[in-house]
Design a protein around this ligand. Sequence first.
Ligand code: NAP
Length: 502
Amino acid sequence: MTDNDAHAPDSLEQPWARAGRQPRIAIIGAGMSGIAAVVKLHKAGYTDLTVYEKSDRVGGTWRENTYPGLSCDVPSRWYSFSFALKADWPHRFAYGPDIQSYMESVASEFGVTERVRFNCAVTDLRYDAPCWDLTTSTGERQRYDVVIAATGILHQPVYPDIEGLDSFAGSAFHSAHWDHAVDLAGKRVGIIGTGSTACQIVGAITDQVSQMYVFQRTPHWLSPLPQKAYSSGWNNFLTRFPFLQRVIYEYYYQLMVRTFSAATIGNKFMQRWMSRICLKHLADNVPDPTLRARLTPDYEATCKRMIFCSDYYPALSRPHAHLITDSITRIEPAGVRTADGELHELDVLVLATGFNAAAFILPTRVTGENGMDLEQTWDGAPRAHRAVAVPGFPNFWMVEGPTGPVGNLSLIAISEHQVDYIISMLDRMKADGLAAIAPTQSAYERYNAAMREAIKTTTWATGGCKSWYIDKSGVPNLYPWFPMRYLKEMHDPDYSEYRLIK
Ligand code: NAP
């Protein structure tokens, strides 16, 4: 019997946990959380897994983003799957192409790639108890017992709403859709945005271009990135002693959680320490006091996502680099016009203006019990129960869903813990012969009310900035407690928070 035969609707009349068969699981997205889901579910004995991927390769954000300077500011030895540690990372902070080839090799080695339906976006999910009807962009329709959305957080580019954007006569593209056909050498290049992406791009391209214009709306806090290349000797040593790779993984885990995470959730000592590092980095690299003042944030460090980049300030201090802080009034065929009336003439315009942080699985239409629509339920302010489930949507799980710990953590690690939680739920369904499982409305409300209360004291809410963390309801869409608490939540599920449907 082929996988497709197995999905014939008749065979799904009986809930899987009572029929003694494998649950048919659809995983949406073949990025790092989709890869983690397949590997961990398979290891836990759940083997009927189909992955739907809108693109033609695995890798998610690392496939999508190919801009110059792309790297990960989370240490590579931690930004790795716990089940596939890699001894030979070339750098302490991996570059995008190295991470993409790691994703592809893990997916291939662990049998993920062969389960992926590529170029197949899931457009519609409809709950028809106790299963989900899934429809794809290719017109395929299947029924699944369980759906896991591993669609990532920041995957829909945001284009700025600036008058005349379409009138620009040169090349204009979003950072997430880098146009590699455009040769930057000797060109006048402008970039809108000064987030992590923009800083990496500016650091990488400024030396190639004739003029570099950086349009800054808000200065960001920027820490140096202690990048270094690993020697082959050290990597060979780690290959021979894999337990050391595990020790280093745990070391970075603890280090990042106890420093950056602590700073964001209210540890003032850590926050001051990080501010000092950033201000020293600014002072050391930007000798011009006027430029330095324009680059100094007037809100607290870690309020927005911290940036780690060592070559942005030196690039900005080059004679042909210009920091523009007057607001943009419009874009014209020849360039960008700012509020002081000046036209900054450009050949290339890069939009490093970020992503829609309220999307998650949307725009896939998700219809739960009693016709509940997920987009309407969220209404621009997505929330979930423990970041993985929503009441009214049984047997529907999210990896990296709303209010999970993000910030400067390894999202690979967080994804893995969330998959462990989902596995616990499947195990419980199996043990009790359940047809479906969904969080109760009251547990969801209690959890989110506690979060709303706790978030008030975090720097994300009190630091005096606007960021993509803050959603339409005006509240940061983040986990407000120490990440270790979240890991405990993930490994000690409270089933009384769930409707266990027979
Ligand atoms: P971002 O952090 O959202 O930054 C967007 C930038 O564009 C901000 O500077 C923003 O200004 C500016 N902007 C947006 N709309 C604008 C407008 N209409 N006019 C002028 N400026 C505008 O986006 P990102 O840099 O692409 O980063 C997104 C996230 O991706 C990061 O927070 C991070 O989580 C992740 N990332 C991670 C890494 C890594 O190394 N791990 C690397 C790159 C990205 P304001 O600040 O004033 O809003």
